[in-house]
Design a protein around this ligand. Sequence first.
Ligand code: ADP
Ligand code: MG
Ligand code: ZN
Length: 616
Amino acid sequence: MNNNKKNFNAYFLVILGLMFLAAWMFRGLTGQETDYTRGELVENLEAGDVIEAVIQPNKETPTGVVRVFLKSGQERTLYATDIKEMEAELRAYGLDPQVRDIPRENWFMTSIFPILLVLVVGVFFFVMMNAQNSGGGGGNAKMMNFGKSRARLTLDNKVTLKDVAGLQEEKEELEEIINFLKEPGKFTRVGARIPKGVLLEGAPGTGKTLLAKAIAGEASVPFFSISGSDFVEMFVGVGASRVRDLFADAKKHSPCIVFIDEIDAVARRRGTGMGGGHDEREQTLNQLLVEMDGFGANEGIIVLAATNRVDILDPAILRPGRFDRKITVSAPDVRGRREILGVHSKNKPLAEDVNLEQIAQTTAGFTGADLENLMNEAAINAAMDNRAFVKQEDIKKSFIKVGIGTEKKSRIISDKEKKITAYHEAGHAILFHVLPDVGPVYTVSIIPTGLGAAGYTMPLPEKDEMFMTRGRMLQDIMVSLGGRIAEEIIFDDITTGASSDIKKATKVARRMVTRYGMSDHIGVINYDDDDDEVFIGRDLAHAKSHSELISGEIDKEVKEIIGDCYAKAKAIIAEHEDILHKCAGLLLEKEKITREEFEGLFVTKNEEPEDFFKKS
Ligand code: ADP
Ligand code: MG
Ligand code: ZN
């Protein structure tokens, strides 16, 4: 609070300073011009150009101002050091100068007007900023609260976990947080440390905001919500002061949840210097980190943040004691979609021909928001038709509308595409499982990621290993090629979907040759001067450190490695073709399968010495 005032005073001083500067400048502009010299006056008098002259003497000194009106219509002003002498001279030329008092300077124009002007501009800015900020925060018309947090405080939150369909794993992970907020004492008694910050990460519309609200509702604690972009202002220091204010407020309401939506707006990687440094944002981020470090682990404030761009976040916010818990909120699978459709058709009377199962099946890649939109459009269709209930037909119609509207994000996927993806991912998964140094598989999914991938196969998070072995790298290459190989075996044709896999495999192979000295013919020499890949096109700019001959050798080696891996991987997949079919079948049914479900496929197949490859 105190700091807030200080900050505000600083702005006030700056504006005051600006006013004086402006006033001073205006004085200069409106003051008389004094470029008329005595010599010129004499010239004009001699030429008979002067029609009239007015003398305005000063009271205390013999000085004064002489206004001279010329034949040409001009008016000139001369500052005279001796008015009496001047008068005599003018009379000598036959003029009869009038003598008047000096008129009061136009004080309105020279001093009041500029101040008014600056005031008006200032007020305009205040209003502008306020309008801009209260946009989401509910008609906040107070004028001078720059540094106040813009957070919306919700005390009686009605959203609970029941309103969040699907997202089973995500909900489970958040359970302990809800428990903590409900009964902080239970945890503090035994000295348990509860995470201060939880980062919800996932594509837009997957329900991150909804989930955050539901946690607060479920625990019935106050919910402060603010968007990352609300912190970012044109004045340095405002964001930081808002963060301070937000946390001061939160402490008063603890236990509570502080939710920062779209945190990437403030927590972008610092110091990248892209498009010029942004001091304001850095200060804001620093303040956020300071605040998060500042309150005790069990003070009862849990900071939730949401983003769909973890990749651009400053790593500092992910450190222990900050957002040390990361929860990925993914697009729903068939079952999740069925549940979400259920939630959003609750208050929509459905005709008996509506088949939500079938809708769920055909909406692979739709997020919760897409499905909500779909049902809403269907209801609109029904209303347009003057019906009080929604028919399957309405949903189908809106399907096209929604599907086209969100074309890029969540394309409707054809059955053929789905099938290819299922086999592709199954190919990766089998190799992960069978090869000894990679895997085990954690999830296999054919739900489009929204980032362009049709599906993914995810191993358990990697252990920190000091070295990669040659064997491990070869197996990585094999796994990468697995998708393409499965397509080839099953469809006798291949798709473009494997391009990033191929790129990855090639990169690993090239590194083995040029960086790690792992090839047969090239030897233990580093031909890789591309240490960090900060600059795209660096290869082009830098002269290669080796000859064309070596380049050719390298390419040959890389090709050999990839070819070798391809053959080996293909043999393994061919050997497990039955599992490939089963895995793809299961994927088509469930869209996302867990480690247990996947490994189950191997167990039922045989009790043979598969143990050799078994992983812990
Ligand atoms: P995000 O914050 O991830 O972009 P939102 O939480 O704002 O997504 O979701 C937008 C809307 O989509 C929600 O208000 C809700 O109506 C719907 N929605 C998204 N996910 C779900 C879900 N799991 N269950 C029910 N509705 C959902
Ligand atoms: Mg959101
Ligand atoms: Zn792949």
